[in-house]
Design a protein around this ligand. Structure first.
Ligand code: ZN
Length: 260
């Protein structure tokens, strides 16, 4: 499945620019009196643009750090615009800046819920995974390739940080989704799901065990109540429940379902 833009949105691009010359920050502060420059508190001068809506910190060294852009292009555009505005008031800037994208923060949804406990048990996802629900409600997953860090919430919401290229964000999300599907921890939300008391949602569905499910779950595909291994072609009840911090899917044979 292709990761679409609506599923993951870039929230912030941090870019640095280096002009191969020092910048006269005091002169810039004088030329733009509305700019809040407090060198005794912070050495950078925050230069805000309305369009693209960004804030670029300017330093004496000639370094700039631009935050708030929603794309790489926007970040580059913002930096070039800052340089133009500086030139327009007589600040001498020569040559082209060296612009580097340092970090892209994106957020979105995987379109299903995730059982974070299951994820930890089954995680052979490559890279490192950390989940300490008492400290933080999301699992933190460091992906090696592309090199990014994900926050994964049980609702399926994700935050991706550390990418240096937009395409890495999309590739990383696609990898993540594929791996979560492989280890069967990404659960599609079911339309007939009912909320109970606002905290717990659950759903029952009568399904026929498909070969794919057996292949995916192997020995784990057992009746939750009697423990019997469920066979291909057998009709079973699939039960999905979602609590505040965890979601799980269980299967029950028809006999056990009647006794529940
Ligand atoms: Zn059973």
């Amino acid at each position: 499945m292709k990761v679409e833009e609506k599923e993951i949105r870039i929230q912030n691009v941090v870019a640095t620019a280096y002009f191969n010359q020092p910048l006269d920050i005091d002169a810039i502060a004088k030329a733009f009196p509305h700019v809040e420059y407090r060198p005794e508190r912070f050495p950078g001068l925050p230069f805000r643009l309305k369009k693209p809506k960004t804030c670029t910190l300017l330093f004496n060294s000639g370094r700039m750090v631009c935050t708030g852009a929603k794309s790489e292009r926007e970040a580059r555009r913002a930096i070039m615009k800052v340089a133009r505005e500086l030139r327009a008031v007589g600040i001498i800037i020569t040559g082209k800046p060296e612009i580097k994208i340092q970090n892209i923060v994106a957020s979105g949804s995987l379109g299903g819920t995730i059982d974070l406990e299951e994820l930890c048990e089954r995680a052979r996802v490559g890279g490192s995974l950390m989940y300490e629900p008492e400290q933080f409600p999301a699992a933190i997953y460091r992906m090696e390739s592309p090199s990014v860090v994900f926050l994964i919430f049980s609702t399926g919401k994700i935050v991706c940080v550390g990418a240096k290229k937009e395409e890495d964000v999309y590739e990383a999300v696609e990898n993540l989704r594929r791996r979560l599907e492989e280890i069967e921890v990404l659960h599609e939300e079911m339309p007939e799901m009912r909320k109970q008391g606002g905290l717990e949602a659950m759903a029952w569905e009568l399904i026929t065990v498909a070969q794919m499910l057996v292949t995916r779950l192997g020995d784990r595909l057992r009746c939750r109540r009697c423990g019997r291994k469920l066979e291909v072609g057998e009709e079973v009840w699939k039960h999905y429940s979602s609590r505040k911090r965890s979601n799980r899917t269980d299967y029950y044979c028809k006999g056990c379902y009647k006794k529940l």
